[in-house]
Design a protein around this ligand. Structure first.
Ligand SMILES: NC(=O)c1ccc[n+]([C@@H]2O[C@H](COP(=O)([O-])OP(=O)(O)OC[C@H]3O[C@@H](n4cnc5c(N)ncnc54)[C@H](OP(=O)(O)O)[C@@H]3O)[C@@H](O)[C@H]2O)c1
Length: 252
């Protein structure tokens, strides 16, 4: 398709699979994340497999200075931006709010909400100037249904959905589209990150459930960005077959 696609959090999980599917279909990808060696590995993989332009950007979305210094020049060097996938995000901790860590809360808000705002503010001027573009924001079913011990994470994902809706309103006079993707339980490094590296506890989240795979979510992201100009998919909610709401899962 030859579009220019910026994906944050492209070093693992959903973001990595988004990088793969866009590149597979001939789009050029600008991949952002903090882990330099992973970015280099993905770049090598995609360039070899698909022959598209792959650029990497070492970026901590929590750092406003980092984002403001790096994103605009990276897009200029890349050749523009048609699609932004605001995917970088994380949960930290799973505790009753009264027992939860304020540091974890700050990390989630800085990454999932403030980071998304910083990146989008750098990208939107390019889209406004060309009067087109697509912003895909990674929400979560957690943003629809709060669940116990996840108050702050759920609040950040509710904020993602609300930010998407507001940006869609403010850019209504342009051909820019805004979509929120709201996945349920996806089997990625997400739980290992949430539990600060406790792999056993992370595995237990996915035990007894056929979880969504990150490539399933990437398929949906790719799909929403390939609709006719007249059509804008505002929200997509996808759950595992064994999931009925936020944390309501039927384990076998
Ligand atoms: N897995 C689920 O069940 C699930 C469900 C619904 C929504 N989501 C959302 O999907 C998104 C992707 O998560 P995932 O499941 O694919 O988890 P993952 O495999 O842990 O991937 C998270 C990605 O975010 C990046 N990231 C985290 N903090 C960052 C920062 N400060 N600056 C830049 N990049 C950062 C990570 O890259 P680096 O570490 O290299 O920076 C990594 O590439 C998140 O927004 C998450 O909230 C996940």
């Amino acid at each position: 398709m030859n579009r220019h696609v910026l994906i944050t959090g492209a070093t693992s999980g959903i973001g990595l699979e988004c990088a793969r599917i866009f590149a597979q279909h001939g789009d050029h990808v600008l991949l952002a994340g903090r882990r330099e060696e992973r970015l280099a590995a993905v770049k090598a993989e995609l360039e070899t497999a698909y022959g598209v332009q792959v650029q990497t950007l070492i970026l901590d979305v929590r750092s406003r200075e980092d984002v403001e210094a790096k994103v605009k020049p990276a897009i200029e060097a890349f050749g523009g931006v048609d699609v932004l996938v605001n995917n970088a995000g994380l949960a930290q901790g799973l505790d009753d709010f009264q027992d939860s860590s304020v540091d974890d809360a700050v990390t989630m808000i800085d990454t999932n909400v403030k980071g998304l705002i910083y990146v989008t503010k750098e990208v939107l001027p390019f889209m406004m100037a060309q009067n087109s573009g697509h912003i895909v924001n990674m929400g979560s079913t957690a943003g629809i249904y709060a669940y116990p011990k996840g108050a702050v994470y759920c609040a950040t994902k509710a904020a993602v959905k609300t930010l998407s809706d507001g940006i869609r309103m403010d850019t209504i006079g342009t051909d820019i589209k805004v979509t929120t993707i709201q996945p349920g339980i996806v089997e990625t490094d997400f739980s290992a990150v949430r539990f600060h590296g406790d792999e056993e506890r992370a595995k237990s989240v996915y035990a007894g459930i056929e979880a969504i795979q990150p490539e399933d979510v990437a398929d949906v992201v790719y799909y929403v960005t390939n609709q006719p100009r007249r059509l804008q998919i505002s929200d997509v909610t996808i759950m595992a077959n064994q999931q009925a709401a936020g944390f309501m899962v039927h384990k076998k």
